[in-house]
Design a protein around this ligand. Structure first.
Ligand code: PLP
Length: 368
């Protein structure tokens, strides 16, 4: 195996899941879309289910099929809208869907009829995310359409929150308003004598800060991968949440560099003193953002060593100082003993999701 690898700590996943399960006492849906946020879908899905997750969620039909091909028989919820041409496949893979429009429901009804199945539908109500879903006013009619159909079953009601991870007063008010609209719509469905089944709204921010959003199931993603939102939670012990991903590599080359010599493309780094520079077999083509050039430090030989110069496609350099560790020594780029992907994300103005999803297929995942 190549030196550069992402070590995925499944024991931390089990811990994070039990913290959330014990904290919320609700059904737990674990989003494993985008290859489990870059952590590798099958090992994560299997560990999550063994640790007590009740549902998995994916974004594409293909992701759902991959779970089925991997032998996962737990409920899998498709979060995004597929093309009409993909509907037979999703029915074939026994996926559950989030749906909130009559066209999609009609297509599901007809595909499930042809297959001789009943497709479980979670009615998606748009309470202010503005992405997919029906208006709260139209929810009861659509719930009735599903409940009265021959080949669909109302398996749940759901909404998605836009700013639940923010503690700014205006954002808290917006989240409360979304929760109120959702509660009203679910109440109107019940008033028609229809069982709303599993009621779910809470992503990471809402699990962390908004107990009134938990209903009967929660769907936190990034929290379970180890990155709570900023701010103190009265609900979840976020200090005990651990990041799963550690990006590791080895120093493949070390050289002595004189004061004033430059390193890498563009010559944006020159040695301030005589030093040693190590080369790592890791670059932006592995998902290490080039924006981290001269702007991140890795853990090498028990010390944080700054990146030296531009990150190249497949390699980058680090300043090892006067007394370098040994050639071939291990390095943690983020996670493990080094600052985690959430801290790295802030450094380059993005979110941990983008960092872990960005570590791509060229980097083998190793499960610990
Ligand atoms: C991705 C996703 C989640 C999880 O979001 P996090 O911010 O990772 O907690 C929950 N619900 C839906 C609909 C999603 O698309």
């Amino acid at each position: 195996m190549r030196a550069t690898r992402a070590v995925i700590h499944l024991d931390y996943l089990r811990k994070n899941i039990s913290l959330v399960k014990e904290g919320t006492k609700r059904l737990l849906c674990m989003p494993v879309k985008a290859d489990a946020y870059g952590h590798g879908v099958l090992p994560v899905a299997r560990a999550a289910l063994a640790a007590g997750a009740d549902y998995l969620a994916v974004a594409t039909v293909r992701e759902g099929e991959e779970l089925r091909e991997g032998g996962v028989d737990a409920p899998v919820l498709l979060l995004s809208i597929p093309l009409p041409a993909e509907i037979n496949a999703l029915v074939g893979a026994d996926l559950e869907v989030l749906a909130g429009d009559a066209d999609y429901l009609d297509a599901l009804e007809s595909a499930a009829g042809t297959a001789g199945k009943r497709v479980p539908v979670h009615l998606k109500i748009d309470t202010g995310m503005g992405r997919i879903g029906c208006t709260p006013e139209s929810a009861p009619d659509l719930a009735e359409k599903i409940a009265r159909s021959r080949h669909m079953r109302l398996a749940g009601c759901a909404t998605h929150l836009a700013v639940s991870d923010s503690l700014a007063a205006a954002d808290i008010a917006y989240t409360k308003q979304q929760i109120a609209l959702f509660t009203g719509a679910v109440g109107a469905i019940k008033a028609r004598g229809i069982d709303p089944a599993i009621v779910h709204a809470a992503n990471t921010g809402a699990v962390t800060f908004h107990e009134d959003s938990w209903f009967t199931m929660v769907r936190p993603g990034i929290l379970l991968y180890g990155y709570p939102p900023e701010g103190k939670s009265a609900l979840i012990d976020t200090a005990a949440i651990r990041p799963l991903m550690e990006l590791k590599t080895n120093i493949v080359y070390i050289k002595f560099v004189r004061k004033g010599q430059s390193v890498s493309y563009g010559r944006i780094w020159t040695a301030a003193e005589d030093t040693h520079v190590g080369t790592l077999p890791l670059g932006y083509a592995d998902g290490l953002s080039r924006l981290l050039s001269n702007n991140w430090s890795v853990l090498a030989g028990n010390r944080l060593c700054p990146l030296a110069g531009r990150i190249c496609m497949d390699q980058c350099m680090i300043d090892l100082g006067a007394e370098p560790p040994a050639r071939w020594d291990e390095v943690s780029v983020f996670g493990g003993g080094a600052p985690h992907a959430g801290i790295l994300a802030r450094r380059i103005n993005t979110i941990p999701y983008e960092v872990t999803c960005g570590i791509n297929k060229r980097v083998p995942r190793v499960y610990a």
